[in-house]
Structures are given as structure tokens and as C-alpha cells.
Design a protein around this ligand. Sequence first.
Ligand code: MIC
Ligand code: SF4
Length: 639
Amino acid sequence: MPTLCEKIIQQHLMEGTMEKGSSIAIHIDQTLTQDATGTLAYLQLEAMGIDRVKTEVSVSYVDHNTLQNGFENADDHKYLQTVAQKHGVYFSRPGNGICHQVHLERFACPGKTLLGSDSHTPTAGGIGCLAIGAGGLDVACAMAGLPFSLPMPKVINIQLTGALKHGVSSKDIILKVLQLLSVKGGVGSVIEYSGEGVKTLRVPQRATIANMGAELGATSSLFPSDEITYDFLKKQGRADAYIPLQADEDAVYDAVYTIDLNELEPMIAMPHSPDRVMTVKEAAGMKIDQCCIGSCTNSSYQDMMNVAEILNGHMVHEDVSLTISPGSRQVLMMLSNAGALGTMIQSGARILESTCGPCIGMGQSPISNAVSLRTFNRNFYGRSGTLSANVCLVSPETAAYSALKGYLADPRQASYNAVQEPDSFLYNDDFIIKPLPDTSSVKVVRGPNIKELPKQEPLADIIRKKVLLKVADNITTDHIMPAGAKVLPYRSNIEKISQFVFENVKPNFADICRKENGGIIVAGENYGQGSSREHAALAPMYLGIKAVLAKSFARIHHANLINFGILPISFVNADDYDDIDEMDELELSDLRSLTPHCRICVQNKTKHHTYIGTCALSAFDVDKLMAGGTLQYIKTKQK
Ligand code: MIC
Ligand code: SF4
């Protein structure tokens, strides 16, 4: 009676028992990194002294920092290429596509485990792979052959019945799930999809849904591996990767929801959160300024072909800028061969590289006060690069149809023929540099932007620091460590990037940290949701942040804080949050006696009040914190 998730975990279990919430460690078969998190991951791998990765497959992608406005990003690409060669890692060159789309096409396998230094790694759940996002350091550890620790997840089942109607797409399914569960609804869980409706969805459509499980806060999302999976793998020339896989008929789930696809309508997530969902009909008519189609969520061949069908013979509205970024070189080639690229260009679409592009604020920031419809997965405040912009998330069909109209329009009214999956995909791996058998002659190239990793001291017994920032619920890693074309080039330069920590929340935060010689952050629920970027822990650590006191934490960020020696403390009594003000002085004591799931006494020296906090830690986490972070811990062990 196991669920699909439990079957895969069972086969990979290295430590612990499969009791919900208890700490387990699993073997990782594959890893992926992208350039914005990859440089740190490989610097950490090098620091561990590992010659060659121990995984079945590890792939390094370049897809985020591709706007080469200065030498920094190009230098990073060269470092990534050479360090990959040195350590037996596949290297997907810039231009080959977005990591999750390419990994789905060329590497992901049902039944395998995949750990990626990007929160949307679960995209590969669309093919039945247990794929998890993590910080770069955890991915470096997996490349070094160490098991990956996580709490044994709960399993939420979403049953899909019926079939999607004209103009409704798989993006609308996941937006509906977000409406049901919210950005916190998946925390600590894997989401498993089943039911007759699943059989009507092709692998890339399933991948769209699995991708945005990250926005639910879920550990991963999974689809069964069935004849549709086999068909996709066969068309990618990878039929031998197929194994059938599904939950047992009588699998027991922690919660079950049903969505009837027959009844589903086009959906939209309003600013600035992916769970502020309503139907397109409810918001229809809203004037728009920009539409961006692409990202790891919606850039498959079928997505793009449907867009071309809708645009065919029409011009983009004069007040709208439409950008299209196909997800991979494979998709782009196929669009070109099918004539769809010509259709898009003819309609006035601006064709961008096969990269993340506007999704991570790498160009195409919209005009002031814009309404921008995007087929992406995140519409967090400021992420587009225009602080006054209102970004909404929609399906490719809604974006394309609205781009023609100049206002939010319901694609069920568009007359177009939905495109089916092709008979075969145009695959070739010429843009993926394969690992060399002998790497002894490879020289790793480091440009001047690649700096050494900062070091952290072992945990002190007493921390007495001021609260330098108090923030509300659902703070994203985009709030903590903004991305975008200005900041991303410094992902390998922690001193430089730390200047931007909380830039859009408290512009002088870095200066205050320096003046006060570090401090503590107080936060509400779900602190650190969103991206896996470990810079959101490493850069605050560099600024002297010693602890975060929050009502609750997002999974990946919680792990990243521990990796960099910052104490993640949860309030036992959530009301204590209200009692603390910025610049209050807090004292945390007896920290050298920290144990898993221990309580910590927090004294407010300014108000003379005492609060109780807890730390949800495994024994391994305690060791890491004591040493001052994971890298320090591994180094001490090696001595
Ligand atoms: C994102 O979508 O926010 C990113 C950029 O892909 C991140 C990784 C990063 O910050 O580099 C993610 O989702 O993990
Ligand atoms: Fe890239 Fe956007 Fe996907 Fe992150 S969410 S991997 S930035 S396309």
C-alpha cells in the first residue's frame, strides 16, 4: 500500500525510518546545477577536495546569467565549463536551454532521485522522478556521494478527473491547486497526482504542474510513470530509461483533493503571490502592457506551438510588448522547422534566447506601473525589476490571446486548433559537453569575479545581538537576496552581493549590519519561501546575522541557514513575535548544549521579557551548526 513517493524513497533510503516528519537520508542518483547557484556549488565541491563526482549523472547548466553585460557572467560560464570537465560533470552550454526543460528532455528518468540547486528541480516529477530542490552546498555534498537528509514527507494526493477543455491548460490546473492549498499548503509534503485526468496529460504538461509544486512549498511533486511517459522517452530516443511506476491501489495519503478538469476554467494569479488566484473571467478586460511567454514552467514544444496557433495571422496589440523564450534549443529548432517561429516573428513577438530571461529579471523589466502577464511561476514583488509593476501568472494560451487583444482575455474565445505532441522530438546533444574519462590535464579557469568562500566561526555559547530587521509572513528569498541583471553577476562574489541583502525591504540593511557588527532577524510565517538560492543565507551570514527567529520557515531556506551556521529558531508561542521590536537586544544562551528539537531561551534584554524558541534540527544539523556550517564540519571531519 505505499504511495509512489514512498516506493522511490524506500529504494533510496540510507538512514532513518520512513516515519512522517522524522529525519531520513536518501541516496541521490542525479544532480543538476544552474549558473546562478552553480558557481558556489562547485567552489564548495572543490573545497571538499573531491576529484570526480560520485553520482550516476551530474549536469551543470547555464541558463540564468546569460546577459553578458560586463565580464562577470562570461567568466562564471568559463569557470563552470572547466570545473565541470575537471570533475566528470556534463556541461550544457549557454543557449542549450533552461535546466529543467533540458533535464526533462535529455536526462530525467522515472524512479530515480534528482537533487538540484534550483527550487524548480521537481519539474522532473512530471516523468516520475523524485526530484528535489536544495541549496548548492547540499547538491555539492550529493555530488560528493553523501546522502541527502530531509524530513520524511507527508503525501498529498490530487486526483484529476475528466479532461481539459479548449483554451484551458495544465497551468490552470496548478493555479487551481495553488488556490486550494496556498503557498504554504505543500510544506513538508510531496504532492502526488493520480486519476483518469492524468492519462490525458502529456509529460511536458505534467511537468508544468510538478514545476509549480515549488510554489506550494512542497518538497516535490510526482506523476506516475505510464505509457505516456514511455511514449515521451521513446520520442526523445531514451526508451530504455522507462520503468512503469505508480502508487498502489490502496495507497494511504495524508490528504486527498479532487479537481474535475471538465469544469476547470483559465486561471490567473494576481500580484504579488502565486496563490492569489482567481478565474480569468473574473479579471477579464484588465488593460495590459506586457506579456512574457516562456520559463521552466511553460516553454515546451506544445506550449509554444499553441501560442503560434493563436498568434497566426494576427498582430500583437500596439500597447503590448510580447516576448517569447522557447525552453530549449530542441524546442527552438522544432519551432523553426515547423514554421512557427516565423509565425511568431510575423505577429510582432520579440524572440528571446532559450534561457530564464525575464523570469529572473534578466532584462525585459516592464514599464512603470505595468500590468505584465507572464507564463512563469513566480510573481513576487520586485522580481521583474520594476518595483511598481503588477505581474500576473497565466497560461501561454491566455498570454498569447491577451497580447493580441491588449487586455486580459479568455482564451476559450480564441479560435485555434490545439497542437498535439509531435511524433518525435528533434533531439541532439551536440551542445552538451560530456565528461572526460581522464581529467588530469583540465585546468579550471577562474576569472577575477570568482572570490573565495567566506568562513564562519563555530557557534558561540551565547549570542547577544540586536534585532536589525523585523519582517512579516511569507518573506521570499527574492526579498532577502534580490536577483535581476544588476545583482546576479555577483553570485560568485559574496562581499559584493551582500551589499544588496534586503535592498528592496530596507535599503540600508547591509550598512546597519556593519555598524551593529551583525545581529538577528525576526520574521513571520514561511520565512524564506521561493528560490533555493543559498546566497539568501550566505550573504546575511557574511553580514554577521547569527540567528533568525521566525513563526515558521520554508524547507530549503531552513536547510540553507543551517548550512551557513545561522540558527533558525521558531517561536513556541507565535504571539511573542508581536512583543519584539527592531533594535531590541536579544540574548540566546546555552547554545553549545544544542540538541535535536531542543528549546532555546530567548531573553529580550531591552524589554526584560523571556520567550521560548525551538530548533527543528537533526543530529547532523546540530553538528553542522556547532562547526559553523556544513563546509567547516566536513573539513573538520576530513582532518
Ligand atoms: C528562481 O526561480 O528564483 C531561481 C533563480 O531559479 C532560483 C535559483 C536562484 O536563485 O539562483 C530558484 O528557484 O531556486
Ligand atoms: Fe529560471 Fe525562472 Fe525557472 Fe527559476 S523559475 S529556473 S529563473 S525559468
